[in-house]
Design a protein around this ligand. Structure first.
Ligand code: URA
Length: 433
């Protein structure tokens, strides 16, 4: 087989067979073809697409290009969830504890943040001494005993994706549904869980900007999961404004703790209960949606979900004092109060721009190599649909340096305030099974 023939076939819009797809992934991993040929192939996929069988095969060979985690030492159904990323998305921190407190087994592998989106590992590392990397044996033991572990993905997983993503990033081929779906799913499948719930975000702060394309991506990933025999479901949720009230690592951990104490923001809790109820059904822990919702509400009310988070932190050697007293989490030098300049209803709260502004404070990284400042970030006092009066508190900025005029100007431009009434936006657009 010659690589140029595979490029040509895809360029002409034809369907690749299994041996051609395997040949492609092998060539990527073994570096037997130059980057310009791989890039040409990616561009052909960008324009001509891939059908469900091709996408599933691509995912399968990408998944097997590196380590595939064996979770068979963990008893019962292992359930995982994946978010396609957003601003203020601290869902894993609260949701996994809620679900595990109800009896599900959550063996979660998470990532770091890049650009305007945050990452669970960075958030967890705001907790003093928290260990994100533990051995596979320890991982299985922890999930067996307490039902929950949240760790970093092993560096040996899915090398094909690392190579392909780096090329897609510089060849304008990132936003192709089969390429995104195979990239995400190869990593999820290599993490070894039996059941997967996808939280596919749409909106200004998300990868997919509208509901339709988020739904297309969700359907493509569900098709892959089904073809590879996983119990897979998806939720399409709104990421036009940040989730919850906080953006920034320690601030988000604090908000997740408050949510488990029953004091969290309504939108964040709603998402956790919705996702959690599906995960309990996927795990056969609950037999109806109503039962699952009751179990999750009880886990918050009884304090068992908060205790589960404490157990997780304890098992992964973090400072459990922060669970009882989040004030011990890293704190910034300054907290700057931002007041409204206008009276009216908040019509828009630009998630992407707020994510970038939080990154500029030091809460995120522009390149993979940068370090982050866990203490800084943004606390929003008003969200879309809220009424604000001039001089009311709009937000608090947690920062270790003085805010520039330019930063403040950009911050104010994230809030669109109008006279007309507007209702709170719908958070969960669709559940796809
Ligand atoms: N996230 C991934 O892991 N891969 C993509 O291609 C896009 C988002």
């Amino acid at each position: 087989m010659r690589f140029v023939e595979i490029i040509e076939k895809k360029r002409n819009g034809l369907t690749l067979n299994e041996s051609e797809i395997k040949y492609f992934v092998d060539a990527v991993v073994n570096e037997t073809v130059p980057d310009y040929q791989i890039s040409s192939f990616l561009m052909a996929v960008y324009f001509k697409g891939m059908d469900a069988d091709e996408t599933a095969l691509l995912t399968k060979y990408m998944m097997y290009s590196g380590e595939v985690v064996d979770l068979s030492a963990i008893e019962g159904i292992k359930v995982d969830k994946h978010s396609t990323g957003g601003v203020g998305d601290k869902t894993t921190l609260a949701l996994t504890a809620m679900v595990a407190a109800c009896g599900a087994k959550v063996a979660k592998m998470s990532g770091r943040g890049l650009g305007h989106t945050g990452g669970t590992l960075d958030k967890l590392e705001s907790i003093k001494n928290f260990e994100c990397y533990i051995s596979n044996e320890q991982f299985s033991k922890q999930v067996n005993e307490i039902g929950l572990a949240v760790i970093g993905q092993s560096l040996n997983m899915v090398p094909a994706d690392k190579k392909l993503y780096a090329l897609r990033d510089v060849t304008a081929t990132v936003d192709s549904i089969p390429l995104i779906a195979s990239s995400i799913m190869s990593k999820k499948l290599a993490s070894g869980s039996d059941a997967i719930l996808l939280d596919v975000k749409y909106g200004e702060g998300a990868f997919m900007h509208d509901v339709e394309s988020a739904e297309q991506l969700a359907n493509a990933m569900i098709a892959i999961g089904k073809k590879l025999n996983k119990n897979i479901k998806a939720v399409v949720s709104n990421m036009n404004q940040p989730l919850g009230n906080t953006i920034g690592n320690a601030l988000e951990v604090k908000e997740a703790i408050e949510t488990l104490q029953g004091k969290g923001p309504q939108d964040f809790k709603e998402l956790c209960v919705e996702l959690g109820s599906i995960m309990l059904l996927q795990s056969n822990v609950a037999s109806s949606k109503e039962e699952a919702v009751d179990m999750l509400e009880n886990a918050i009310a009884s304090g068992s979900a908060l205790q589960k988070l404490k157990q997780l932190v304890d098992w992964q050697k973090g400072d459990v004092a922060c669970i009882e007293n989040p004030e011990v989490l890293p704190k910034s030098k300054y907290v700057v109060a931002i007041k409204t300049q206008k009276t009216g209803y908040v019509h828009d709260l630009k998630a992407l721009e707020l994510g970038v502004l939080a990154m500029k404070l030091g809460a995120g990284r522009q390149t993979k190599e940068e370090s982050i400042d866990h203490s800084v970030g943004i606390v929003l006092n008003k969200k879309v649909g809220d009424f604000v009066e001039q001089d009311q508190l709009l937000a608090e900025i947690h920062t270790n340096s003085e805010l520039s005029e330019e930063w403040l100007k950009q911050f104010y431009s994230c809030f669109i305030i109008e006279d007309a009434y507007i209702s709170k936006p719908k958070l969960i657009e669709k559940i796809i099974e």
